[in-house]
Ligand binder design. Structure first.
Ligand code: I6G
Length: 415
């Protein structure tokens, strides 16, 4: 499991893995006392619950302050320098995954409890659900594991996992999740762990909470390396960067590669690397003074549909396009967004005058993601591309839609 789910470097084939797991199941059935709580066979199997229990976090789970520009990032660095009275500060940098924060409690190296952040003071007990996440170790391996170790991190769904989940939901006529974050939250908050187990959740650890009966290294980056040494899943490009310019370069790099990552990130996080300096800085109300999230420009924004036009492409395909009230999203002003085809318009039920969420990611054409429901508002009629465009808006030829296609095409006068 560790090689496959944490290191992403399996040594054996899936078939060999399945055979080993079956052998273990057979052994445990024959000799029940051999079944330990941390056995790979014991990830699923807890009974559904009626409601989650409450967990009080002994050390508050803080949130992060945000910087939305280079200037705000520079301000943060200046504040840190001033408070510490030092010229240049080393920061540990890592991407900020768009998931939900979870706390894992290990006693003598064994996972005994997992909780959501909740309001920071009190969260929900999601132990049985977190146990089903294959990359979360049920038992830590290696030497020097503290008696009590609370690890914090982000539970998330990869893009692939999210699309697969929505594909299945669509096939079963269920409501689709709007984004990977909501899908991850919904998956973790299932009362039946068997359902969570079928969701491809994953987790990266980003810090520690309560630690007793053991010593940890003196910098954040070394602590992260130590967690990885105990087999916890830690991001493999946590870097120590110098000062504001180092932070900015790391941010630029992730801004560039963000759309190539297998999961959604909404920014990068910088933390003063030395833990003694973190202590010196302390925190204000809900956020530490020693950390900041440099956020990417929002990729989704709300705006209004002014009209629906049609564009005719090189292959004669008629693509419906929403004309929008201009909106600044993903770093540019967007005035048009693709609606893809009639099936997509029907599925999302997009109409003129609607308030919609528009998404612009990387160099991809902006798209209408969904309609924002407005209670009590009278809406326009449903849009139908064949009704509004019986002929091609470019050449006037008849348009047609093949029975097995979602696309409407210009016939080019051929029939
Ligand atoms: O919500 C968070 C995401 C990522 C974090 C975080 C983080 O580090 C990479 N770090 C801290 C300290 C907190 N929230 C409070």
């Amino acid at each position: 499991n560790y090689r496959y789910y944490v290191l992403d470097a399996p040594l054996i084939s899936d078939a060999e893995y399945d055979a080993l797991l079956r052998e273990l199941q057979d052994l445990e059935e024959t000799y029940p006392p051999l079944t330990t709580p941390d056995s790979p066979t014991q990830r699923v199997g807890a009974e559904p619950v009626k409601a989650f229990g409450e967990v009080r976090h002994e050390l508050r789970m803080l949130s992060l302050d945000n910087a939305f520009s280079d200037d705000e990032l520079a301000d943060f660095d200046r504040r840190v320098q001033a408070a510490l009275g030092s010229a240049q500060v080393d920061y540990a940098a890592e991407p900020k995954l768009d998931g939900l924060a979870v706390s894992l409690l290990y006693e003598s190296g064994v996972l005994v409890r997992a909780a959501t952040r909740g309001d920071g003071s009190t969260g929900e007990d999601v132990t049985q659900n977190v146990r089903t996440i294959a990359s979360v170790p049920l038992k830590l391996e290696g030497s020097g594991v503290p008696d009590i170790l609370e690890v914090r991190g982000e539970v998330y769904l990869s893009h692939a996992g999210f699309h697969e989940l929505n594909r299945q939901a669509g096939a079963q006529g269920q409501k689709l999740f709007v984004n990977p974050r909501n899908a991850a939250a919904g998956s973790l908050r299932q009362l039946d762990p068997a359902i969570t187990a079928r969701r491809p959740l994953d987790m990266y650890c980003y810090g520690v909470g309560k630690v007793t009966g053991g010593k940890l290294p003196v910098t954040h980056s070394e602590v992260m390396a130590q967690l990885a040494g105990w087999r916890l899943r830690v991001y493999d490009d946590i870097r120590v960067v110098q000062g504001y310019s180092g932070c900015r370069a790391y941010y630029r790099h992730y801004e560039k590669i963000r759309d190539d990552l297998p999961f959604e990130i909404d920014g990068v996080v910088f933390k003063v690397d030395r833990l003694d300096l973190q202590d010196e800085l302390g925190h204000v109300s809900r956020a530490p003074r020693w950390a900041i999230a440099r956020k990417f420009p929002a990729q989704e924004c709300a705006t209004r549909v002014l009209g629906i036009d049609v564009q005719v492409g090189r292959t004669g395909a008629l693509t419906p396009v929403a004309r929008l009230e201009p909106v600044f999203v993903g770093g540019v002003t967007v005035t048009n967004a693709t609606l893809h085809n009639q099936d997509e318009i029907d599925r999302k039920d997009v109409r003129m005058g609607d308030t919609v969420i528009v998404r612009r990611a990387g160099d991809v054409i902006p798209e209408v993601v969904r309609v924002v429901p407005k209670k009590g508002r009278r809406r326009g009629p449903a849009y139908n591309i064949l009704a509004t465009h019986p002929v091609c808006p470019v050449c006037g030829s008849r348009v047609h839609q093949a029975a097995d296609e979602a696309v409407v095409r210009c016939s080019g006068g051929l029939f």
